[in-house]
Ligand binder design. Structure first.
Ligand SMILES: Cc1ncc(COP(=O)(O)O)c(C=O)c1O
Length: 384
């Protein structure tokens, strides 16, 4: 039986040596590796400032506080994401206003964002779902027109870029500030870690202070404001530097695995594959397919159960955020509120996806998937 995980970090001797070098030094925190990692991330995202933090979630929290977002504000965001994008709005007691998604890009439908703007709207938190930058150019224009802060949750999109009429734009270069995440399933990893990038001097200075217990200067016990310990340590940053040096190799391997899946699954009559657009250069985070209408609601979960039983890692990226218990309790959301998100969400299937995945492994996943899909359909016929 195969044993193919959903994801796997790509760590070489280079990362190991870099971490060992830090361990042999006396500086485990607040040191040169964080600065080097920040400089590399600023360059990759074409931003003037980069502020390393302990996670993507911490980065989003800092940006919300630095942006002056508070209880009197509404923030528009997507219900189809990892929960942290919406949680960042709750952290500052603002109200998340969800809008439904575009079924192709799986990002927010820009027309619906425009329709959701009210006098209370202060910001838009936009996510590049699964690394897809669809709609980001349009959202930036919309935010500018309405003088709203666009906060780019780029946690899933490190290394992607977009062709625009004004030239190439990196994921992480949109809006007032952007945040990357470096959890081990991401395009690059530092174990835990994240990075805020921005061109705004004030936001940058505030985020530097917030991540460092509210300090403004070097004095260790002077705290200008309420802050947090969201610092990234030197060991993680050293890993991040090497992963940035290897970025092209890592992204190329992700593209290679995505292409293998496309080649093998293109003709599968039960699946909808990710939408790729010529001008939007995905940075592949995960490979998520969708079951089409030949399947009934609920059958996707059975597919996941059977795949796992056959040693294939997979998951239901993502359950709708508005239907998570704490969201229902706080805001009274119910099934049917965001029908496209809910429909898509009930049919998604994230397949094993990592840089070192071999063609043999991709073929094994696809063959097992074929078998499992047929089995689930046959089981239904048997019930009637
Ligand atoms: C869209 C999105 N936002 C935020 C985060 C949070 O990042 P972290 O896990 O580093 O806190 C993630 C991580 O998976 C994510 O996918």
């Amino acid at each position: 039986m195969p044993n193919i995980p959903l994801s796997k970090p790509d760590i070489t001797q280079l990362e190991i040596d870099a971490v060992l070098d830090v361990l042999h030094s006396d500086t485990l925190s607040i040191g040169p590796k964080v600065e080097e990692f920040e400089a590399r991330c600023a360059k990759i995202s074409s931003r003037r400032h980069a502020i390393a933090v302990s996670s993507g979630t911490a980065g989003l929290h800092c940006v919300m506080v630095a942006g002056g977002i508070g209880p009197e504000h509404e923030v528009i965001t997507t219900p189809f994401s990892f929960v942290a994008s919406a949680n960042s709005i709750l952290f500052v007691d603002a109200k998340p206003v969800f809008v439904d998604i575009d079924p192709k890009t799986l990002n927010m439908d820009v027309d619906k964002v425009a329709a959701a703007i009210t006098p209370k709207t202060k910001a838009i938190v936009a996510v590049e779902c699964f690394g897809h930058p669809g709609g980001m150019v349009e959202l930036e224009q919309l935010a500018q027109k309405h003088e709203l802060a666009l906060i780019e949750d780029a946690c899933e999109g490190f290394g992607g870029h977009v062709d625009t009429p004004r030239g190439d734009r990196a994921i992480g270069s949109f809006g007032r500030a952007s945040v990357f995440g470096f959890y081990p399933n991401k395009q690059i990893t530092t174990g835990e870690g994240g990075m805020i990038v921005t061109d705004d001097d004030k936001i940058a200075a505030m985020c530097r202070s917030l991540r460092n217990q509210g300090r403004d200067g070097m004095s260790w016990l002077a705290h200008q404001r309420l802050g947090y310990n969201y610092r990234l340590d030197e060991l993680s940053a050293a890993m991040g530097v090497v992963q940035c040096q290897r970025l092209e190799e890592l992204l190329e391997n992700r593209r290679r695995v995505a292409q293998l899946y496309f080649d093998r699954l293109m003709t599968n009559r039960y699946l909808i594959l990710p939408t790729v657009m010529d001008d939007l250069h995905m940075s592949w985070f995960v490979f998520v397919v969708r079951l089409n209408d030949l399947f009934e609601p609920g059958e996707r979960d059975e597919v996941i159960r059977l795949l796992r039983a056959e040693g294939i890692g997979c998951n239901n990226y993502f359950p709708p955020i508005h239907l998570q218990p704490y969201m229902v309790e706080k805001y009274g959301y119910k099934a049917g509120d965001f029908p496209i998100c809910e429909y898509v969400s009930s049919r998604t299937l994230a397949l094993p996806f990592f840089t070192k995945m071999t063609e043999k492994q991709v073929l094994a996943v696809c063959a097992t998937l074929d078998r499992v899909l047929e089995k689930v359909l046959m089981a239904r016929k048997g019930r009637f």
